[in-house]
Write a protein that binds this ligand. Structure first.
Ligand SMILES: *Cc1c(COP(=O)(O)O)cnc(C)c1O
Length: 354
């Protein structure tokens, strides 16, 4: 049954290997980020085969599925107070910015007879998670007093909210925070987690400061592109994930609606252009599954026209191939498309083994 999300494990492993190798040359370990594909275990296993050091996900529900894989699991989103018990159970290490939550983690870890590792997140200007630089020493001091948790290092996240591009200067600040903590408390920290796929261009150009020794990478592995500038990473695939949807109607119709125009199904006023008669195909997939802006037709003659909850309209007028009802149209996906197709229970998943 369609729609189908195809996942090519060989291509995924290839991409991951290229990035792990790129980072290894600069003494950087890779946390393979699994959230974009909902941590499907077989897919995550491929990242480990490619040599990632840890697996990371923003959701405990996803990390729970990866317990059989023998690498440390990192929780990427700041833990909720309501999930502290599961965080200690299913994650070996978590990114944190709230001392009250870290205290809860400490108590829970003692209860479970475990030691939970903490990365203290520092906000270097992107304005999502992290303590401000000037508060880092105070918070670190509090963490170091706690039992059941171990401060392993510092980290930062950039580009996700504030679109701030990581630069050598900004990442040097992270290393300075780490060194200040080490100096003040006489305690070595072994991880400096310098961001996500937007930090990779610094690795590629040899500009990543010495001292950054971990990156948390999702998009660059699944799509083969760095995310500071959106450039492709040489020798990687951009079609690890592809989507297939089936044609349920194919007719020649006008391109301009007839009648008085109000709002579409999503309450938006649309602008239509009269381009005469078109050969229009309706595909059985819709906004419940994927946003039209995240689709890239693999057959370049296919043009995206519009979509509603369960229907996607494409123009196939210019195609040499005589598309008909029952045919399948294939797409590459942008990041949001991989994410939404992975979470949609209406999209089947096919894992192509190497
Ligand atoms: C999602 C996420 C990442 C991975 O980001 P990519 O851009 O996909 O590489 C890294 N760190 C944190 C905290 C995240 O939430």
């Amino acid at each position: 049954m369609y729609p189908l999300l195809r996942i090519n494990l060989e291509k995924l492993r290839h991409n991951a290997q290229i990035i792990v190798e790129l980072c290894r040359k600069r003494n950087i370990k890779v946390v393979g980020v699994t959230k974009v594909f909902c941590a499907i275990p077989k897919v995550a296993e491929e990242l480990v085969k490619a040599g990632v050091d840890m697996l990371g996900d923003s959701r405990i529900k996803n990390l729970k599925k990866l317990q059989h894989i023998p690498v440390p699991k990192m929780l990427l989103r700041i833990p909720m107070e309501s999930e502290v018990e599961e965080v200690v159970k299913y994650a070996d290490i978590s990114l944190n910015s709230e001392i009250s939550t870290i205290k809860n983690l400490s108590e829970e870890a003692i209860r479970q007879g475990k030691v939970h590792d903490i990365i203290l997140m520092i906000d270097l200007g992107d304005l999502r998670e992290g303590v401000l630089k000037e508060d880092a020493l105070l918070v670190a001091e509090e963490i170091l007093k706690l039992k059941g948790v171990r401060l392993r290092g510092v980290g930062t996240n950039l580009t996700c909210y504030g679109s701030v591009i990581p630069t050598p200067d900004i990442l040097e600040e992270l290393i300075e925070v780490k060194e200040a903590i080490e100096k003040k408390f006489g305690q070595k920290l072994d991880i400096v987690s310098g961001g996500n796929s937007s930090s990779l261009y610094l690795v590629q150009n040899g500009l990543i400061p010495r001292g950054i020794n971990q990156l948390r990478i999702g998009e660059a592995i699944v799509l083969g592109r760095e995310t500071a500038f959106g450039d492709r990473i040489p020798h990687t695939y951009d079609d690890v994930f592809t989507l297939e949807a089936q044609i349920v109607e194919l007719k020649e119709k006008p391109s301009y609606p007839r009648g008085i125009l109000g709002m579409d199904a999503f309450g938006e006023k649309q602008v239509y252009v009269d381009r005469g008669i078109m050969k229009r195909a309706i595909l059985a997939i819709g906004r419940q599954d994927v946003n039209i802006g995240d689709l890239i037709p693999m057959d370049s003659c296919v043009e995206l026209i519009g979509s509603s909850s369960d229907h996607l309209i494409v123009n196939v007028t210019n195609c040499d191939y005589p598309y008909k009802v029952g045919d399948v149209v294939k797409f590459k996906l942008r990041y949001g498309g991989i994410l939404s197709c992975s979470t949609s229970e209406y999209v089947g998943k096919v894992i192509e083994e190497a």
